[in-house]
Design a protein around this ligand. Structure first.
Ligand SMILES: Nc1ncnc2c1ncn2[C@@H]1O[C@H](COP(=O)(O)OP(=O)(O)OP(=O)(O)O)[C@@H](O)[C@H]1O
Ligand SMILES: [Mg+2]
Length: 265
């Protein structure tokens, strides 16, 4: 059984109007359990729309989404939220800035159905502290610090922990390091690599950085105009360089990678 099956997803925004936009064009993708797939593609290729489809943010025109054997196509977004962890570019999104790190973690932790927020006990707190200490960001002594006071990198690291603490069936990362300086971005990427591996998470990561797309995870897909135009893994991917990627897409699949925001290293 696949961890995730996306079958023939189609989404047209403002359908039936002059502004109609085909954002997902019969897109299919399957992920094995524990597979870590990086996603590249120029602005407007449909990457975030793909995530929003998985998260149930809108109704699809057509297609089916199966997560861990369950057809979730018709579930509402809040019904899926328990099984899907998500991180965005904006470090403030998805956390409560006026709550402490500990409270934010507790909130995320209680998404595991069996726990109530108020039942988060001393043992849980110790567990959070251990996890935070592992980030090596000096956060373990700042459990009572309000989330809003942390730096962007610290917040993304804490958010990553929050998104994964309830062991989601799927982790979606939408340019989660794009707003960070290169050094901090590298740290958060390393943390991402560790958490995904140690918790055996199935993960999709959108990035504009071709180098990290090829280095992170074990498979890379390129999107263009709502479709997947390249899907590489194994030896083929290991041999692939950033210049290869660029030359492969100039002139062939349009402008899939021809993008100002696309970083070379
Ligand atoms: N809610 C919406 N209503 C109307 N059009 C939308 C909506 N969301 C996305 N679109 C359109 O769908 C297309 C795909 O957008 P999407 O945000 O998925 O691109 P992306 O690949 O994530 O780009 P970027 O790299 O800039 O984040 C774009 O043309 C966008 O304008
Ligand atoms: Mg996007």
């Amino acid at each position: 059984m696949k961890a995730l099956s996306l079958i023939g997803l189609k989404k047209t925004f403002e359908r039936g109007t002059p502004n109609a936009k085909l954002a997902l064009d019969n897109l299919s993708l399957e992920a094995e359990a524990g597979e870590f797939i990086t996603i590249l593609g120029s602005n407007g290729a449909g990457k975030s729309t793909l995530f929003n489809a998985i998260l149930g943010k809108f109704r699809l025109d057509r297609g089916k989404i199966v997560l861990d054997g369950e057809d979730i196509t018709r579930l509402r977004d809040y019904q899926r939220a328990y099984s899907i962890g998500c991180l965005y570019q904006d470090p403030m999104r998805g956390t409560a800035p006026n709550m402490t790190i500990e409270e934010n973690l507790a909130l995320a932790y209680t998404r595991k159905a069996s726990r109530s927020f108020f039942a988060v006990n001393r043992k849980d707190s110790a567990y959070f502290r251990t996890l935070l200490a592992e980030l090596h960001l000096g956060l373990e002594d700042r459990m009572k610090t309000r989330m809003g006071l942390l730096s962007g990198g610290q917040r993304q690291a804490a958010s990553l922990l929050m998104a994964t603490i309830a062991e989601p069936k799927l982790l979606l990362l939408d340019e989660h390091t794009a707003a960070l300086d290169p050094g901090t971005a590298a740290q958060v990427l390393e943390l991402t690599r560790r958490i995904v591996a140690e918790r055996h998470l199935t993960c999709l990561m959108i990035t504009h950085n071709m180098q990290s797309a090829l280095e992170m995870g074990s498979r890379t897909v390129v999107m263009d105009s709502g479709r997947i135009v390249l899907d590489v893994s194994g030896e083929e991917r290991a041999q692939l360089t950033v210049p290869d990627l660029l030359s492969r897409f100039r002139g062939t699949a349009g402008h899939a990678l021809d993008n100002d925001r696309m970083l070379l290293g």
